[in-house]
Design a protein around this ligand. Structure first.
Ligand code: GLN
Length: 202
């Protein structure tokens, strides 16, 4: 077990700086990952929000897709927000034909699922694992999770008036994903949970 793990943030595209800032506020060494070599230095990875089709293209172009898959398959913890959640999904709906994911979480994620109804919104999401009351979650053209395998723990759901509950936060071993963006709201509880997960795995 490493006392202070080094966490990488996939820095190809998206809200990289915001994740780096939250992790630094938790006194965690952070590496911006832009090449396979950078991956060697990290104990866990954050995959940020952004645009998953672009992230997929850039990950392939920078030679990062396969090394990321290998590390995740070998047990490296990872946390994906929004587009990053899509990147960690074994199966996606509404993607482009050439879109690829790193995968790792046995789930089916629908891109822009909430976006069809509301481009962006905020909701209070109860997440028992983090304590301290519901999480003020910001959703931006967000995906939701339509199917989870038996090894996946549902951490949080959103339910609007008259709507079915939608899964927006999941955990499978060391892999975590949220449809929303905790890096934008100044509440570090979910990042702290991820750092603890990485410490446990290191
Ligand atoms: N809709 C975006 C996608 O499909 C995700 C949006 C986000 O990350 N805020 O990649």
């Amino acid at each position: 077990m490493t006392a202070v793990p080094t966490i990488g943030v996939l820095a190809l595209q998206g809200d990289v700086a915001e994740h780096v800032a939250v992790l630094r506020s938790l006194d965690v060494p952070v590496v911006r990952v832009l090449s396979p070599e950078h991956l060697d230095a990290v104990d866990g990875m954050v995959l940020p929000g952004g645009e998953s089709t672009t992230m997929s293209k850039l990950a392939l172009r920078y030679g990062l897709m396969e090394p990321l898959r290998e590390r995740v398959a070998a047990g490296m913890p990872a946390y994906g927000t929004c587009a990053g959640m899509i990147m960690l999904a074994d199966e996606i709906l509404g993607g482009t034909d050439d879109q690829r994911t790193v995968g790792g979480i046995d789930m089916t994620v629908r891109r822009n699922a909430f976006g069809r109804q509301r481009e962006s919104f905020e909701a209070r999401v109860p997440i028992d694992r983090i304590g301290g009351g519901p999480f003020e979650a910001v959703f931006i053209r967000a995906p939701w999770v339509e199917r989870v395998g038996s090894g996946v723990i549902v951490l949080g759901e959103v339910k609007g008036p008259g709507e079915a509950g939608r899964i927006v936060a999941v955990l499978q071993g060391g892999l975590m994903a949220t449809s929303f963006h905790p890096e934008l709201t100044g509440d570090a509880r979910i990042h702290r949970l991820f750092v603890d997960i990485v410490k446990g795995h290191a």
